[in-house]
Design a protein around this ligand. Structure first.
Ligand code: ATP
Length: 317
């Protein structure tokens, strides 16, 4: 269950980041992450997702602003803040000659946690890595290396877990294993923040969605509410007789012909109480337009995301 705890676990206040070359990657970011939620941060390439995560994790310094993670200021109280966070980066950089077990044990020790073989065994078993615990990392497949990254991030029992592009280059099986594991972690009270290009992942997993574009957080919303608010519904009518154009009497309706005139699509706002369908069907009948089938569809989170970040005013690139 999503916790409705009103006390956020992460506070991001007025974060700006200008890289040394002068490029402003983040502009006045304010964000609260609720305890126990799965929060998906979406944005096109270069939007600033990794920069924001890196600042929260203390890997990159903000130019201005403050962040608190599980009650600790991420700059003044870096070690305690960092100890509450597990970060699954996109790539594994080190440890190639170490065994899986040694790597995970080392990661736990880094945060000053007492050894706990039973906990680490559970983490490795949950990730189907237990049988590989004595193998060197360099001998593992790409998917298994990914699992090691997750195990390393969980080794010190963090209360917050960041997953940066967890599905990039991952096969379907691992993706589903990961989704299952993320849900289990959330059920145990871990807060999860993920960045993803794979919108289906956010649609499947997230409680809330943040959309970042050109360094600005343009939307933060409960996923279901976002889909209700910005989603469009469509009614597709399969016509009995194909049409080449619509009669003038239907000009006022948001209708499009497709499939060589065989289908008529009516788009409507899912927020409105009245869909207008009953009136549309009456008007079609008055014009002698008959149909043999009808179905309705809703826009996906991907449709909504694309409409948010690819505004017609965009002039870049
Ligand atoms: N060390 C750096 N120095 C200068 N500019 C940087 C640096 N790191 C990132 N940037 C720039 O900041 C912007 C945001 O990058 P960031 O990696 O945070 O984006 P992102 O949303 O994670 O993108 P992607 O989805 O491609 O990983 C980009 O334009 C990037 O080129």
């Amino acid at each position: 269950m999503t916790s409705d705890n009103t006390n956020p676990i992460i506070f991001v206040r007025g974060i700006n980041k200008t890289y040394s070359g002068g490029f402003q990657a983040l502009k006045n970011i304010n964000l609260d992450i609720k305890r126990g939620e799965i929060f998906a941060l979406l944005g096109p390439n270069g939007a600033g997702k990794t920069t924001l995560i890196s600042i929260i994790c203390g890997i990159v310094n903000a130019t201005s602003g403050t962040i608190t993670a599980d009650g600790h200021d991420t700059v003044r109280d870096y070690r305690a803040a960092r100890a509450s966070i597990g970060l699954v980066p996109q790539e594994l950089h080190t440890d190639a000659f170490e065994s899986v077990w040694a790597t995970v044990k080392f990661s736990r020790g880094l945060f000053g946690k007492a050894p706990n073989a039973a906990y680490l065994e559970k983490v490795l078993r949950d990730l189907s890595l237990w049988d590989k615990r004595n193998q060197k990392i360099k001998d593992l497949s790409g998917g298994m290396k990914r699992r090691v990254l997750i195990a390393k991030a969980l080794a010190h029992e963090p209360t917050i877990l960041f997953l940066d592009e967890p599905s990039a280059g991952v096969d379907v099986e691992l993706r589903h294993d990961m989704w299952r594991m993320v849900r289990e972690l959330r059920a145990q009270g871990t807060t999860i923040i993920l960045t993803t290009h794979y919108i289906e992942e956010a649609e499947e997993m997230a409680d809330r969605i943040g959309v970042i574009d050109k360094g600005e957080l343009i939307v933060v919303e409960d996923k279901a509410r976002l889909m209700r608010k910005l989603g469009k519904k469509q009614l597709t009518l399969v016509l009995r007789k194909p049409m080449t154009s619509l009669p003038a009497g239907l000009n006022a309706w948001p209708l499009t012909l497709s499939d060589n005139g065989h289908t008529l699509i009516y788009s409507f706002d899912s927020q409105k109480e009245e869909s207008g369908i009953a009136e549309l069907l009456r008007t079609l009948s008055e014009h002698g337009i008959d149909f043999k089938d009808l179905r309705s569809t809703e826009s996906s989170l991907e449709d909504i995301f694309v409409s948010l970040v690819h505004k017609p005013t965009e002039t870049q690139e």
